[in-house]
Design a protein around this ligand. Structure first.
Ligand SMILES: *[C@@H]1O[C@H](CO)[C@@H](O)[C@H](O)[C@H]1NC(C)=O
Ligand SMILES: *[C@@H]1O[C@H](CO)[C@@H](O)[C@H](O)[C@H]1NC(C)=O
Ligand SMILES: *[C@@H]1O[C@H](CO)[C@@H](O)[C@H](O)[C@H]1NC(C)=O
Ligand SMILES: *[C@@H]1O[C@H](CO)[C@@H](O)[C@H](O)[C@H]1NC(C)=O
Ligand SMILES: *[C@@H]1O[C@H](CO)[C@@H](O)[C@H](O)[C@H]1NC(C)=O
Length: 895
């Protein structure tokens, strides 16, 4: 509080100084015209009708057709059961949003009036009082139309949409020269065709984890009227000037100007006690001005760091502007100081190049996941939803997310939260898994989209890299679409035209402060050398890779590519019963039901999950059909959690090594963080925010200090991995347990060993047969091992979580029924579950049905007679409700 007041006060003082200085330098002109910009929000209740007028209903803007129909009870929850098929007609119809509004005479008298559409989804003709003011074709752009001449006292504004599906198909048809594949998604996705011909969220026509709902709708709409000048947008960037050893703050202002305007602008960074004044003479038209402020080198600036590496310091920035015509401007925002480099340089004893990010000069291992849209109807994504998901990422020790190119450029709140939480963002441009046309009008709308998005987003320190598309280099290189070799050059040329000559050129011109990659996966500079489409974009010696293998044994780490950077990998699972039951009914609750097949959008996905699970676990065989279903959901989560854990640990322990020329892995972003609906997917968080078992395991496998245990031909190896900036002096303790007992059988301790900050190394190795023999009564089936890292000088100080390793598949091991019992107690707003068990229990899962909230730990190994786990509910609940709804499942409980 005191801090804030002081900041406010000093800012105020700077304003006083600057304002009085400005006044002396100008003569104020007096006139009777209104000087400021009038802004009339046109959000709120509009009228929505379909093409033939059979539907006519109130609709809220911002909003979309589906949410309006649902709100007026014309349709059920679109996510319920098979409704995505039932409601397909909605996207095939053409809808019109209309609004009547009055405009006072004072506004109409102003020199310029502009309709500002924050976003129009997607293809529309916009009329005001029957006069066409413009058309739209890109949901990723904002649009402005000058309407002064058409404004009346009473106005009718209409946005006449055309079905996105119809439009895409017409565009494909018109592109007769050659096909631009893929024409349609695989039938299992139950989607629409030719999405690559429309600038709309590519997943809105269906994806392998989501439904097809190509909706129509509007984001915020405003009428802005003014006489002199209006500020359209601004960006702030900071850059380190190495020649002067100081930081520069740059603020770019976009103005819409009617008459030449002279003004005085002041930039203030109150916390740094830095300010500067600027005199500008702003010419009529759409004008951009840059104010550049140097932070003196004797002013000390705290840097912005990724989560886990330091504070996320941001500084207040005020801009105050006054013009001769008495128009004033106020901007209050935040700036942060950090540098980012993408390092691609030769590595000793390895062919190829490194691929890692250096932030503020420190190499950073990126730990995290991939982000998809949090709802297919973007108007339903609230700041609370975003905060819950992003805090979940940080709570799982993540420091990075890739905003994947088949969704949307996220809303401002998303990036502000990432700034605040220290989540580094790998930002794709919205092109995915397809080839794209390069017709002139398509390129033009993309160019405008890229300019607008870069200007909107570049102020955010969280964004560390731009990337042109998702998997489109790989799609050409490894021929996803059966293109004859003779025709390939044509497609490569289109690829270079779109992503290099247009998108990359614009980004590099608009934002010199970040690296740009043309695709993901890519070989980076090597791909560029090979003409932007490398022979093998998955080459582990260069750039990033995406790697999926659903049927090969995920416990066999030797199959994983020892890549420089793993930007996608993963396994599917089903969400919990409480999430599914919101959109299904009793007849659906069977793994083989129509519903189960319908929700699965990845060919053979349901079978693949069980085949992978059956490699190591006994599949559920309860004769109670509902229990069998719930146990099956559980076993898919166990499979997914363990597979992604093993793969992620492999990447983390490969950080410092080169083996057979491969290694120096510096990123592990699994596919995918969140869900778009309630269905099977690769996500670690369910639609609604409930954590899957994978997300709980991620807390440990992304821990800043981690012990990774694995077997390498009968040798138990324990690696230490550290993201710290300081070295640790550690010992490894390995403990052997029998499945049937909670008392350790034996343990061994390593010599002390220094673990370098920002490194991974082998800290201990031990022959497994020798360990079991020395332990006496153990074999691979009856025992398992746990291991941890401890301070060499103070063994009571453990670093990182305790890990465990199975010495055989659990399906062959002697797991005993653990008989887990629990009691619940309230402690304020928190509830404590105390668990008791008879034997070692693995993948212990606590579930309280529809009581939304978060367990502090779940999916764990239960090794002690008594363990307390806290539960943080997101709604009021009671001990009675929780006791009644609590279900505990461990691996031994499903057969
Ligand atoms: C009007 O459109 C709706 C929705 O597309 C359709 O179901 C209905 O048959 C149409 N009615 C007429 C009279 O054309
Ligand atoms: C929607 O508009 C397009 C373009 O005008 C037209 O071809 C199509 O038939 C319309 N669809 C419906 C359902 O009226
Ligand atoms: C930085 O240096 C300038 C000029 O040399 C001086 O006026 C100012 O007081 C110094 N600021 C700090 C924080 O030391
Ligand atoms: C690590 O700790 C051990 C035990 O206290 C000590 O003997 C050893 O010298 C330490 N090593 C380093 C590098 O500090
Ligand atoms: C389920 O499988 C287990 C282990 O194979 C077996 O012991 C049990 O009898 C089976 N239960 C049923 C109901 O088939």
């Amino acid at each position: 509080m005191i801090q804030l007041q002081r900041v406010g006060l000093s800012a105020f003082i700077y304003f006083l100084i600057s304002v009085s200085l400005c006044r002396h330098s100008q003569t104020a002109t007096v006139n009777d015209q209104s000087t400021e910009v009038e802004i009339h929000s046109l959000n709120g209740k509009w009228i929505l009708r379909n093409e033939n007028g059979t539907y006519n209903l109130p609709a809220v803007v911002p909003g979309c057709v589906h949410t309006a129909l649902h709100k007026q009870n014309f349709i059920q929850d679109p996510y319920y059961r098979l409704n995505d098929l039932e409601y397909r007609w909605i996207s095939l119809d053409n809808w019109t949003y209309s609004l009547t509004f009055t405009v006072p005479q004072s506004t109409r008298r102003m020199k310029k009036a502009v309709l500002v559409f924050d976003g129009v989804d997607t293809v529309s003709t916009i009329t005001l009082n029957g006069v066409t003011v413009g058309t739209t074709d890109n949901m990723f752009r904002s649009y402005e139309f000058e309407v002064g001449a058409i404004l009346a006292k009473d106005n009718l504004l209409e946005v006449r949409f055309m079905s996105a599906v119809t439009y895409a198909s017409q565009r494909d048809h018109a592109h007769s020269a050659y096909r631009v594949p893929p024409a349609c998604p695989p039938p299992v996705q139950k989607g629409e065709c030719h999405v690559n011909f429309i600038r709309k969220a590519q997943c809105s026509f269906s994806w392998d984890w989501g439904p097809s709902f190509p909706t129509q709708g509007l984001r915020a709409v405003e009428l802005q009227a003014f006489n002199f000048i209006r500020l359209q947008s601004y960006t702030t960037t900071t850059a380190w000037d190495s020649s002067l050893s100081c930081w520069n703050v740059e603020i770019e202002l976009s103005f819409d100007v009617v008459v030449t305007t002279n003004g005085c602008f002041t930039l203030v960074l109150p916390e740094l006690k830095v300010f500067q004044m600027f005199q500008l003479s702003i010419k009529p038209g759409q004008t951009r001005e840059t104010l550049s402020l140097q932070i003196p080198s004797n002013v000390s600036v705290d840097l912005w760091w990724p989560n886990g590496h330091g504070e996320q310091t941001q500084y207040l920035l005020f801009m105050e502007g006054r013009t001769e015509s008495r128009v004033t401007f106020h901007i209050e925002t935040k700036v942060a100081f950090r540098t980012v480099e993408l390092v691609q340089e030769p590595i000793p004893s390895s062919p190829g190049l490194s691929f890692y990010f250096r932030v503020n000069g420190r190499p950073i291992f990126l730990k995290g996941s991939n982000w998809i849209p949090a709802h297919i109807f973007q108007d339903l994504v609230t700041p609370e939803t975003l905060r819950n998901l992003l805090e979940s990422a940080v709570d799982a020790n993540m420091n990075a997310l890739r905003v994947w190119g088949g969704g949307v450029y996220e809303q401002n709140t998303f990036y502000s939260l990432c700034d605040e939480l220290g989540i580094m963002v790998w930002q794709d441009f919205m092109f995915a898994c397809a080839l794209y046309p390069t017709d002139q009008d398509f390129i033009e709308t993309v160019r405008e989209e890229v300019v607008q998005q870069v200007r909107r987003l570049k102020s955010h320190p969280s964004i560390i890299v731009w990337s042109g598309n998702n998997e489109n280099e790989a799609a050409i290189a490894t021929d996803w679409f059966g293109i004859p070799v003779a025709e390939r050059p044509k497609y490569v040329k289109d690829y270079v035209t779109l992503y290099v000559e247009n998108i990359r050129n614009i980004v590099q011109k608009e934002d010199a402060s970040r690296p740009f990659l043309v695709s993901s996966p890519t070989n980076g500079v090597e791909s560029e050398k090979e003409g932007f489409v490398a022979r093998n974009p998955y080459d582990p010696h260069y750039g990033d890779t995406h790697f999926y293998s659903y049927l090969s044994d995920c416990w066999d780490w030797s199959q994983f590519p020892r890549t420089r950077f793993a930007s996608e990998y993963g396994f599917q699972s089903w969400p919990s019963f409480s999430t599914l039951s919101k959109v299904s009914k009793a007849e659906d609750w069977n793994y083989l039901s129509t519903f189960s097949a319908h929700r699965q959008h990845h060919e053979l996905g349901n079978t693949q999950m069980l085949l992978q699970a059956a490699l190591h676990y006994i599949l559920p065989n309860s004769t109670n059909q509902l229990k069998h279903y719930k146990d099956t959901l559980y076993i898919t989560q166990v499979m997914q959690a363990q597979c992604v854990k093993m793969q992620t640990e492999f990447y983390r322990r490969s950080r410092s090594e080169i083996i057979n020329g491969e290694g120096h892995t510096m990123g592990a972003l699994y596919w995918q963080l969140n869900d778009i609906w309630q269905g099977p997917s690769w996500s670690s968080i369910e639609f609604g925010g409930k954590w899957k078992m994978l997300h709980h395991l991620a807390v440990d496998f992304f821990s800043p200090v981690l012990a990774v245990g694995f077997e390498d031909s009968d040798t138990l190896k324990i690696y230490g991995v550290s993201d710290l900036s300081t070295d640790l002096n550690l010992t490894v303790t390995v403990t052997v347990y029998e499945w049937g007992s909670l008392i350790p059988v034996c343990s061994v301790e390593s010599e002390s060993c220094a673990l370098k900050g920002g490194g991974a190394m082998l800290m201990m190795q031990h022959s497994v047969p020798a360990l079991l023999k020395d332990c006496g009564k153990c074999d691979r089936h009856s025992c398992l091992v746990t291991f941890d890292l401890r301070d060499a000088t103070d063994p009571s100080n453990q670093h990182g979580p305790t890990g465990h390793l199975f010495l055989t598949s659990p399906k062959e091991a002697g797991l005993q029924p653990p008989n887990i019992k629990a009691s619940v107690e309230r402690d304020g707003d928190v509830f404590a579950f105390t668990l008791h068990c008879d034997a070692v229990a693995v993948f212990v899962w606590l579930d309280v049905e529809d009581v939304a909230g978060r367990f502090e730990s779940n999916g764990f190994l239960l090794l002690s007679q008594r363990r307390t786990v806290r539960f943080f509910p997101w709604r009021p609940t009671t001990v009675e409700e929780l006791s009644k709804k609590l279900h505990i499942t461990s691996l031994r409980d499903v057969y």
